[in-house]
Structures are given as C-alpha cells and as structure tokens.
Design a binder for this molecule. Structure first.
Ligand code: ITT
Length: 209
C-alpha cells in the first residue's frame, strides 16, 4: 500500500497549527509540524512583506526536511496606524511579549481614536517543494478593532477584532466559524488546488520514477 505523502506546515504557533489541521483536512497528505520532525523553525522574519517572510520560512523548512512545505506569514493591518503592526504583528510589543501584552499594546496605541477603527487580517501562504519553485495563496478578513477584549477562542489579536457584518469578535466565534471567514481560511482555500497539483505530480513521480 502506498503511504500518504507528508506535508510540512512550517509554523510553531499553536493557534495556527490547530487551524491548519482543520483547514487542510481534505488535502491527501499527512500534516506534520516542525516539532514532529525535530526541526527548529529559526528563520529571521526580516522581510518587508508577508510574501517575503512566508517564502523564506517555506524554503528554509523544505530544505531542512526534504518535504513539500507550506508556511504562512500573517498579521493585522490597522488603517489608523498606517497599516501597523503588519509584518511586525508577532513582535509588536517587543521580544518576549505574549498575546495579552500585544493586545494591550495595540489598544494603548488606539486610545482616543474613534470607531470604526478599521483593520484587516492578512494571510500569505507560501508553498514549495525542495528544489522546486514557490507558489503563493493569499486571503484577507476585513473588520474593526474593539477597545474591549471579548472571547476566549482563537489566538493573537482575535479578542479585539470584530469581522465586518458581525457583532462578535473572532475570539467569540466557534472555531469552525472562524475557519469559514478568516484570512487564513481564504488563503488555505486558494492553496488547496496548488497542493493537490503538487501532490499529484509527486505521487506520479514516486510511481514512475
Ligand atoms: P510562525 O512564524 O511559527 O508561523 P508566528 O506567530 O511568529 O508563528 P507570524 O510571524 O506570521 O507567525 O506572526 C503572525 C502574528 O499575527 C501572530 O503571532 C498573531 O499575533 C497575529 N495573527 C496572525 N493571524 C492571526 C489570527 O488568525 N488571529 C489572531 N492573530 C493573528
């Protein structure tokens, strides 16, 4: 019997890992994370765009693992802050800060700014196979920042982000509902056909080397 090919999802963020397990459920591959392979994800995210950082993470991990690899670089862009924190979303409140501290830091910056504090979440997925080219899939989720934190689902800035047309934050939505409307869900939906094509050619190569 042919074993399922493996797909390395190159993230150490537990929230992202949880979401990708669901979002990539229909992909005919065994999902593995860097920790499962004993590989560290030590990539300096010094690019100026989500695309650059996602490509850097995917390429480094494909090289280290020899596997088809997917990485996402994602973040929050707030209009009133000129698009900040953007690519700096995970480092916004300085090194070592946790999610609650990052949210506090964001809310401090927004104090005095009247509603609606328009924002969007962006997710750029990069996919690559060792020695191969790189493909991208992108998604966004528009909404606004709330000055009170609500909800305990999700991760990161979810408790202060209210998606357009909803009266609840992403952290108040059940996970399967976030997974229908989020930036990551949209990027993953665009990534799935790319993954299928790469997995098909990979299995053809394994059957007829
Ligand atoms: P990896 O590099 O290991 O994937 P990371 O957390 O460092 O993990 P990023 O560099 O892409 O990932 O940073 C994205 C940050 O943006 C993340 O830490 C959150 O603070 C925020 N973020 C991204 N997607 C989010 C989501 O769906 N909900 C809430 N916050 C999110």
């Amino acid at each position: 019997m042919m074993t399922k090919p493996r797909l390395l999802v190159a993230t150490t963020n537990a929230g992202k890992q949880r979401e990708y397990r669901e979002l990539l459920r229909e992909v005919p591959a065994e999902i593995v994370f860097p920790g499962d392979l004993g590989i560290a994800l030590e990539v300096e995210e010094d690019g100026t765009t989500f695309r650059e950082n996602a490509a850097k993470k995917a390429a480094a991990l494909a090289r280290a693992s020899g596997l088809l690899s997917l990485a996402d670089d994602s973040g929050l862009e707030v209009d009133a802050l000129g698009g900040e924190p953007g690519v700096r979303s995970s480092r916004y409140a300085g090194p070592g800060a946790d999610d609650p501290r990052r949210r506090e830091f964001l809310l401090e910056k927004l104090r005095g700014i009247p509603a609606p504090r328009k924002a969007r979440f962006v997710c750029v997925i990069a996919i690559t196979i060792p020695g191969g080219g790189i493909s991208f899939a992108e998604g966004e989720c528009r909404g606004e920042i709330t000055l009170t934190q609500r909800g305990s689902n999700g991760f990161g800035y979810d408790p202060v982000f209210q998606p357009e047309g909803r009266q609840v934050t992403l952290a108040e939505l059940p996970p399967d509902e976030k997974n229908r409307i989020s930036h990551r869900a949209r990027a993953a939906a665009a990534a799935i056909p790319i993954l299928r094509t790469l997995l098909d050619s990979e299995s053809a190569r394994r059957e007829h080397p």
